[in-house]
Design a binder for this molecule. Sequence first.
Ligand code: C5P
Length: 316
Amino acid sequence: MDSYEITANAKLNLFLRVRGKLSNGYHSLYSVMQEIELADTLTVNICPERGNVFDIKCIGRNDIDPEKNLCRKARDRFFSSLRKKAAADPSIPDAKLWKKGSFPNIEIVLTKVIPSESGMGGGSSDAAATLMVLQEHFGNPFSDDELNQLAVNVGADVPFFLYGGTCLCERVGEDITSLSSLAGIPLIIVKPPKGVSTPECFHAIDSEPLPEFDEERYSAFISGLNDASKDPLARFLEGADLLTNDLEIPSIEKVPEIRNARELLLGSGAEFSRMTGSGSAVFAMYKDEKTRDAAYDQIRNDPELSGCEVFVSKTV
Ligand code: C5P
């Protein structure tokens, strides 16, 4: 049996603009996604037996139905694509077995730290980690573009995790441009007890006209963000009024604690605070660890945040 240990980091959407609705029902997005230190861990065992068995054990947070776990979807998509590839190209290793649909048994032990329905991409990151392990184990059968396509079919946020770091993510989430690193920014993240369902949130924005999107200003901002000679936080904050999240209003309607958390974080010495993705987690950026740690001491027992989880982290 071959065993792989892998960490699956969370992400934040540092800002998120919705540019329109695509014919497939998804929305075309424009967002800078940032990998952060907070992470799940996976042990992936690839067994010698080819019994098509998939087994996942979740520890830490037991709130994921194994049937709906995105690691399962990643494994299913990976093997079914490999089967199709083997049918088209009999020269790939083990093509005969893949063609027959004879897949090795996979066992995953997933230690969950990243809360679900938070907008931090935990399930997507776990799925990307599964895809990367399978891609490596089976000798890189897919090109980067093929793996990217496979990833977006598992979930809109999955392609980002194949890259990590700091990326501009466009369209559904598959059009990715790596940017200069914004690593090292100290963070506090507040996750209200109630989560937000992503499809419901996107559905809610369909009934309102989309806010304006000034393409030229965003392009100029992204060029500046790529200037690694400047301090990461300073170059990010230059975006000023561009750094909004179009999903914040519908999510606040469902979970009003999002607004309270933002206000509290901004009042604790943060340089910037936003909801990530469709929520319900809210992050805040601090100029240094000392200010962040003082803010953490100040807010963690605040009755306004009762029932919320509060995480200390940083961009990576
Ligand atoms: O792809 P994923 O399952 O993560 O997306 C969850 C839901 O979020 C989709 O079913 C869709 O309703 C919505 N979504 C969207 N446009 C995106 C990403 C997600 O409409 N770019």
